[in-house]
Design a protein around this ligand. Structure first.
Ligand code: ATP
Ligand code: MG
Length: 182
């Protein structure tokens, strides 16, 4: 049976907890948005979509290869919000070279194995909410200042998106440590 897959970097529990707390006011102000679950927060490196078993194996091989070429690096939340169009609200991520390089290697390794990914250019972000149905995001979110938490990225995950009431749940299908010495 096909699985819906993407490759991502996880956000540690402490960072999620701080960001979650900081969002309380916005969630109250904009209750009609579809807010993502903190437990599922992640940074998507490449979106694969539906994959049967062979393709899923190729995705995990590609993630392993990219991880084996890369050393641990730090990322940080910028503390600012951003949007994609009027549909997606996200928390900014300072994307130092490490993250962009890892995304590039992941996509290159997937391409080598003939796995197509969504071809939107990589853009480091953490999706917080989406506009409901045909709705739009509210304007004016510029006064929000969130935490600027930092963390070390030490692994890449192949994630499975599983449909569930209230929005999909994400499960780690495989985990690949970054093994090059920094
Ligand atoms: P829903 O689609 O129900 O609103 P979702 O987008 O969180 O929820 P998925 O569509 O399974 O769930 O997506 C999993 C991850 O992949 C999310 O980070 C999502 O933003 C990202 N993603 C989904 N589709 C694409 C795409 N076409 N291109 C790039 N990233 C995508
Ligand atoms: Mg989606």
């Amino acid at each position: 049976m096909a699985e819906r897959l993407f490759v991502a970097v996880a956000v540690p529990a402490e960072v999620r907890a701080r960001l979650d707390d900081a969002l309380a006011g916005l969630r109250e102000r904009w209750p009609t948005l579809r807010w993502t679950r903190p437990e599922g927060w992640h940074l998507t490196l490449a979106f694969v979509g539906d994959a049967e078993e062979d393709r899923a194996q190729a995705v995990s091989d590609a993630a392993a290869e990219a991880a084996a070429e890369t050393g641990p690096f730090e990322v940080a939340l910028t503390g600012a919000l951003g949007t994609f169009g009027q549909r997606v609200l996200w928390a900014g991520v300072a994307a130092p070279e490490g993250l962009t390089t890892l995304a590039g290697r992941t996509r290159a390794s997937l391409a080598t194995r003939g796995v197509d990914v969504d071809d939107r250019p990589f853009s480091a972000h953490l999706t917080l909410a989406r506009a409901p149905g045909r709705g739009r995001l509210p304007r004016s979110s510029s006064d929000w200042q969130g935490p600027t938490s930092r963390w070390w990225v030490t692994e890449v995950r192949v994630m499975r998106s599983v449909p569930a009431a209230g929005g999909p749940r994400y499960e780690a299908r495989s985990v690949h440590p970054l093994t090059v010495d920094a």
